[in-house]
Design a protein around this ligand. Structure first.
Ligand code: ATR
Length: 276
């Protein structure tokens, strides 16, 4: 048995705000594992060189955050199906010979809190707000889990149409965010509304949809990873909807990375407690 601690890190630009080091350290402690997890700021354009250096130094795995998920995908030796489907890499696993396989934990991380809550994605009618990288992974997760219908609604409708076309699935439609809001206010029966826009990242952001869009019988899932309740969740809750914040997804993603790197199950309670 090696006495060397296992080494991991997250790369991003900036990366100082990342919650990953705190979460992973709590998991290592809970499992009694000798391991370290750092945060390394890497300049755009320098991702491949940084990853090769981590491989040489014997790191087991790296998480990749904004803005490096596409740059990382371009320099992998192999892409797992999750990375191909999500179109980006946020988890890198090094083999003992230093070769790199890219994974994406967005899909698994998104689905897990829904499963824990007992909300079936199979048969759900999903309204997805946003059309960026997060929306793409969430859309794929919903389709793969058997949702009945998926609407991609975005402030810039052309981007929603582009994402929908790329998914090439008869269950998918697209519209402007404003059009989806008008439909919701008129009683459209989307029973899962997912916020994949960046609205809510700042504490003073307004709800992504007007309060009259929300009602009992909906689950509103805001994937913004923060401990406070977002204005979107607060408005939804006030209107009688069920709500789910983004911390569960963040913890589930960390657990998924840990499983990819070590083959072991993480202590999910420790991961979640580290976020509070
Ligand atoms: P990520 O990779 O995290 O998904 P992104 O690719 O920057 O982030 O996407 C951000 C998403 O938030 C986009 O869908 C963006 O809408 P546009 O395509 O119209 O820019 C959405 N977004 C950002 N600010 C918004 C706002 N004030 N209102 C509505 N949507 C917003």
């Amino acid at each position: 048995m090696s006495a060397e601690p296992l080494r991991f890190a997250v790369i991003g630009h900036p990366v100082a705000h990342s919650l990953s080091p705190r979460m992973h350290a709590a998991n290592f402690r809970a499992l009694g594992l000798e391991a370290t997890y750092g945060a390394v700021d890497v300049e755009p354009g320098a991702v491949a060189a940084a990853l090769r250096r981590f491989a040489r130094e014997g790191y087991r795995g790296i998480n990749v955050t904004v803005p490096h998920k596409l740059e990382a995908a371009a320099c992998m030796d192999r892409l797992d199906a999750s990375a191909t489907r999500a179109g980006a890499v946020n988890t890198v696993r090094f083999a003992s010979d230093g070769t790199m396989t890219g994974f994406n934990t967005d899909m698994a991380g998104f689905a897990r809190p829904l499963a824990v809550r007992g909300f079936p994605l199979a048969g759900a009618r999903v309204l997805l707000l946003g059309a960026g990288g997060a929306a793409r992974a969430v859309a794929a997760a919903c389709l793969d889990a058997g949702c009945a219908a998926l609407r991609v609604a975005n402030r810039t409708p052309e981007k929603a149409a582009e994402l929908a076309a790329g998914l090439a699935d008869g269950r998918v439609s697209s519209s402007a965010l404003a059009a989806a809001a008008a439909e919701l206010a008129a009683g459209a029966d989307w029973n899962l509304v997912v916020n994949c826009t960046t609205v809510g990242l700042r504490p003073d952001d307004p709800p992504v949809l007007a309060p009259d869009c929300f009602r009992a019988g909906q689950l509103v899932y805001d994937i913004i990873p923060c401990a406070r309740e977002t204005a979107t969740c607060a408005a939804a809750r006030a209107a009688g909807a069920e709500t789910l914040g983004g911390l569960g997804m963040l913890a589930a993603q960390a657990a998924e990375s840990f499983r990819i790197w070590t083959g072991r199950e993480a202590d999910l309670a420790a991961l979640e407690a580290a976020l509070r």
